[in-house]
Design a protein around this ligand. Structure first.
Ligand code: SDX
Length: 433
């Protein structure tokens, strides 16, 4: 019996199978169970994929117990402090930090694709002016394939790379346009003389009536938020993108699926849900009442911004973003912002409450990102849009990694069927209620 296998024995038949153990660079080894159906006539059972490794990846590593997050081996705190979002995009897409020349070329490639076809601009006017911008993002991104079909052969690596660049380049423009449409303001075209984040802020907040005043602290804060949200292993939205991509769907359609998944309040929609929760709490004196509600299963209310499927200690991104949050609110003299005061009091109480401690429910990145986005003047319904802009590069990098595999098989989870046993059709007249 090799030390690099796990023996699984079906005690009802006495049959055993040796499953290979696969070991990675970091993190727990995995049991390769692919031979189970053939050898033992069984599937594994793992609802919500709590313990399933769906793929092999070289992009991001998360250690939930140690609170570690690495992008291509680099610790997130070093990247947040020393890198730029566009440099992190290059790292996630191509695996290494760029040289100066590579960064200049990448920058130039991105700038070539920031404009949207004018026909796509007309899509926005089809939405009601009360539409949620995430609905617009799903619609417009899904429609990209009806405009940019000159690189639709996903078996062609050059086409894949061009579509990837288009998505990373156009997402800020698409996001900013959704905001401008809701505000009833004219769209602001991208400018090639601005950096990626400056350009995004300019498209969001510039108006034709006066020059836009850039705020370096605000830009650094948004840059950090984007870096922290760029990728996160096989989370729900990334898994959606990979599963859609495994059917050979075009990356625009795959990313539209990822955006739809991210919108959920249990996932990327949490940053918006956190602020709505803080507004509902309204005053620190109401916190004990709400804490009891969050513990009560029947209330169906959870403490938004707390807990994580993987981080069972502090989310390393939360540590970084909490510091940026303080700096920004101090700079903008908004320390006494009521919502932030409630957030800090909620954090203090939750971190000392046994219910949350026992369940290892600590603040996650979304608990603070909403406060920063608020302070940046970004409206509540645009919070998850910011997350989607940041995560686009992660979705695209993971999709490219999968599509670069020598063999791409369509994802097809199995099930445990517990429905009706085989039976014959009965004519209507023979049926009884
Ligand atoms: C993101 O996967 C990723 O990487 C995601 C993400 C990324 O970068 O892509 O990190 C981004 O999605 C962050 C998470 C944002 N979501 C929220 O803040 C929403 C609130 N949190 C949860 O709904 C919840 O914590 C999850 C969904 C994040 C994680 O849920 P789990 O790990 O599946 O935990 P669970 O649902 O099995 O709950 C375990 C226990 C339960 O109680 P018991 O049945 O054991 O008594 O903890 C309780 C839950 O009721 N619980 C909470 C809670 N989260 C879990 N109770 C109150 N408040 C909470 N927030």
């Amino acid at each position: 019996m090799s030390k690099d296998t796990v023996t699984i024995t079906d005690n009802s038949t006495g049959k055993s199978i040796e499953c290979p153990i696969k070991r990675g660079t970091h993190g727990p080894p995995v049991i390769d169970c692919q031979a189970l159906p053939k050898e033992l006539g069984m599937f594994t059972f793992d609802p919500a994929f709590m313990t399933t490794a769906s793929c092999e990846s070289t992009i991001t590593f998360v250690d939930g117990e140690q609170g570690i997050l690495l992008y291509r081996g680099y610790p997130i705190d070093q990247l947040a402090e020393k890198s730029s979002y566009l440099e992190v995009c290059y790292l996630l897409l191509y695996g290494e930090l760029p040289t100066s020349e590579q960064m200049d070329n990448f920058n130039a490639s991105i700038r070539q694709h920031t404009l949207l076809n004018e026909g796509l601009q007309r899509f926005y006017s089809g939405f009601r002016d009360s539409a949620h911008p995430m609905a617009m993002l799903v619609g417009v991104v899904g429609a990209l394939s009806s405009y940019y079909y000159d690189a639709m052969d996903i078996k062609n690596p050059e086409h894949r790379s061009k579509s990837a660049l288009r998505l990373v380049a156009k997402m800020p423009t698409i996001a900013a346009n959704s905001y401008k449409y809701l505000m009833g303001h004219p769209y602001v075209y991208p400018r090639n003389d601005l950096g990626y984040v400056e350009n995004f802020m300019h498209m969001m907040f510039a108006v034709p009536t006066e020059p836009y005043q850039f705020n370096e602290t605000a830009i650094k804060a948004l840059e950090t938020v984007l870096i922290l949200h760029a990728d996160h292993e096989q989370n729900a939205s990334t898994s959606t993108v990979r599963l859609a991509g495994s059917s050979q769907a075009h990356p625009f359609s795959c990313v539209a699926g990822g955006i739809a998944t991210l919108w959920g309040p249990a996932h990327g929609g949490a940053n918006e849900a956190v602020i709505r929760m803080l507004k509902e709490i309204e005053h620190p004196k109401n916190i004990p009442h709400y804490i009891n509600k969050f513990k009560d299963k029947d209330s169906y209310q959870r403490l938004m911004g707390f807990g994580h499927r993987v981080y069972k200690n502090y989310d390393p991104r939360a540590k970084i973003i909490r510091k940026i949050c303080h700096q920004l609110l101090e700079e903008l003299d908004a320390e006494k912002q009521p919502l932030f005061e409630i957030a800090m009091e909620l954090e203090r109480i939750a971190l000392s409450d046994d219910y949350f401690i026992e369940r290892k429910l600590y603040p996650n990145v979304d608990f603070y990102s909403g406060t920063i986005l608020s302070a940046l003047g970004i409206p509540l319904n645009m919070f998850t849009v910011m997350f989607a802009v940041a995560r686009t590069v992660g979705w695209v990098a993971q999709w490219m990694e999968m599509m670069n595999e020598p063999v791409v098989r369509i994802g097809r989870p199995r099930q445990l069927y517990t429905g009706a046993a085989l039976r014959d059709y009965t004519p209507m007249e023979e049926r009884s209620a």
